[in-house]
Ligand binder design. Structure first.
Ligand SMILES: Cc1cc2nc3c(=O)[nH]c(=O)nc-3n(C[C@H](O)[C@H](O)[C@H](O)COP(=O)(O)O)c2cc1C
Length: 528
């Protein structure tokens, strides 16, 4: 598809809008692209002499770059108009280019449009137009009426495809790239869909979703100028703190206010952010008792914001300290994460569930200890029902291994092997599965506890991984030892109760796990 891009932004390829345009072209997969950056062209203003209509039909009196632009418009199958919104319209340079399209039409009146029009001098019927634009306000809605009026006349009311996006300045903010890249992925999808017909409804909805809620965007935008409302220059660390406060997601409020103290150690500056039910507030004085205090150099914050290092990596490397309540840090993304427009959860993002792993084993241990034959049948029935849980949960490799091992142990019982041997063997296999996973990249518990720590992204968190490796090892050792007393218990009158007795220690270990997964990262964060 021969594609012509007319870029009306004075920033050329550094333009916010051009980022969308580049993603769209990438999605289209077109290789035949010609581009013009309008402000770099020599395009003189139309003189209004109509010589291109009567004296030299189809040819303008000006000798400048517009002739080449018109030639390429005739060459192209797709014309992409890419520009920022300026005063609710197109930028001046682009408007000048549009005016200079006059030689492309004939002087005569045509009845094609209710308000009047001129017939085209060339056959433009097969050409497709795409209009891509960003604007500075929080939404595109209500801001593009002028632009729409122009293109309705230029291309016909349904004769062009649009991508209008508010909050355009955010596309140049590295710190927000998680959200802007997500948006660009929808633009890419739109390009692909456009190439094979038209943008799908689902993609259109994602393109029309705000990058950030209005209040969040406006607070960030206001803080970003680095000047106070009075015109005074604002301190850089204060601007940064304000922007972070703007990103606060009040839906994360969990019943009590949090006072987050930010101490920038390298510049000796201290601010507080109150995270409340209705939003956030930044304090520069009259400080309150902090809930959580982060002591970090400002340079480190900038490195984290620029994506040079993650907060978790920096914490694991002892580059900053956290005092007070650590739970805010554990759920940082919930409080300050980028708002995503994702509405449905793709299957790979569905959460895992440790019950799926445990249920077959518990059924086997409880029922198998009472009766080898019927107990096995019960545990097989339970195993057969477990897949019902996969409608809501994602399977892990350990869920599969568990189902397999329980089946093997059940078959051993059905074949008449003594419970006193098979039951301890089952605990041993279970223990081996846990300890064995400690030597893998992702230890067993991490597959399940990641749900509460930002999903798969938790795997990039060294502290999370270390905590889980320790916990997995503790559980593994417990289950490697369990076969010993199970063997002896099974030889006594208490044998039917073995399953119940063997659940006492795991319960205690469960309590230890709950405590340890909070205590250990907090201890590391305090620098102790
Ligand atoms: C002169 C000027 C006029 C602008 N007028 C508007 C406007 O009317 N509405 C709006 O939402 N944004 C307006 N903006 C903001 C730009 O549309 C916005 O920053 C855009 O993302 C810039 O895109 P670019 O980087 O592709 O040039 C204006 C910016 C400038 C410099």
């Amino acid at each position: 598809m021969k594609t012509l891009v007319i870029n009306g932004s004075p920033k050329g390829k550094q333009s916010n809008t051009y980022r969308l345009t580049a993603a769209f072209l990438e999605g289209m997969g077109t290789t035949e692209v010609r581009e013009y950056c309008v402000p770099r062209l020599e395009i003189k203003p139309c003189r209004g002499c109509f010589a291109c209509w009567n004296k030299t039909p189809g040819r303008c009196v000006h000798q400048d770059d517009m002739a080449a632009v018109i030639a390429d418009m005739l060459w192209a199958d797709v014309i992409v108009w890419s520009f920022p919104l300026y005063y609710f319209s197109v930028p001046g340079g682009l408007k000048m280019l549009m005016d200079r399209q006059l030689p492309m039409v004939q002087p005569f009146m045509s009845a094609d449009s209710a308000s009047g029009s001129h017939p085209s001098r060339y056959d433009m019927s097969g050409k497709r137009h795409v209009v891509i634009s960003t604007c500075g306000f929080y939404t595109a809605q209500g801001n593009y009426d002028g632009v729409t009026a122009i293109f309705d006349h230029l291309c016909g009311v349904d004769g062009y495809t649009t991508i209008f996006c508010g909050q355009g300045e955010l596309f140049r903010v590295k710190e927000l790239r998680e959200r802007t890249e997500e948006y660009l992925s929808y633009v890419r999808a739109a390009g692909q869909e456009f190439a094979s017909g038209g943008i799908l409804e689902k993609t259109r909805m994602q393109l029309d979703t705000l990058l950030y809620p209005r209040a969040v965007f406006e607070a960030m935008a206001d803080a970003s100028w680095g000047i106070a409302q009075t015109g005074e220059p604002a301190d850089e660390t204060l601007t940064f703190t304000r922007q972070m406060a703007a990103l606060y997601n009040k839906a994360a409020w969990a019943g009590k206010d949090i006072v987050l103290e930010m101490y920038y150690t390298d510049v000796d500056k201290r601010y507080q952010i109150l995270l409340g039910e209705t939003g956030s507030e930044v304090f520069t004085q009259n400080f309150r008792e902090p809930t959580t205090c982060i002591e970090a150099p400002y340079t480190l914050w900038k490195a984290i914001a620029a994506g040079e290092i993650t907060g978790q990596e920096a914490l694991a490397q002892g580059k900053y300290r956290v005092k007070g309540d650590f739970s805010l840090m554990l759920h940082w993304d919930r409080y300050f994460g980028a708002t995503s427009s994702k509405q449905e959860v793709p299957s790979e993002l569905r959460s895992t569930n440790m019950n799926i792993l445990l249920i077959p084993w518990i059924a086997f241990w409880a029922a198998g200890a009472v009766d080898g034959f019927y107990g096995t049948l019960i545990s097989f029935t339970v195993c057969a029902l477990v897949p019902l849980l996969y409608f809501r949960n994602r399977k892990t490799v350990f869920d599969n291994i568990s189902a397999l091992l329980v089946t093997v142990c059940g078959i051993l019982l059905l074949l008449g092997n003594p419970q006193q041997l098979v039951l301890p063997l089952s605990y041993l296999l279970f223990g081996l599965m846990w300890t064995g996973s400690c030597f893998r990249k992702i230890p067993l518990t991490a597959h399940y506890s990641m749900n509460d720590y930002g999903g798969a992204s938790a795997m990039q968190n060294p502290l999370f991984m270390k905590t889980n490796r320790i916990l997995t090892a503790c559980w593994g050792v417990l289950y490697l030892l369990t076969p010993i007393w199970t063997y002896f218990l099974m030889g006594t009158e208490l044998s039917p109760w073995t399953g119940a007795i063997n659940s006492i220690l795991p319960m205690l270990m469960g309590l230890f796990t709950i405590w340890f997964q909070k205590w250990f990262p907090a201890k590391v964060a305090r620098g102790s």
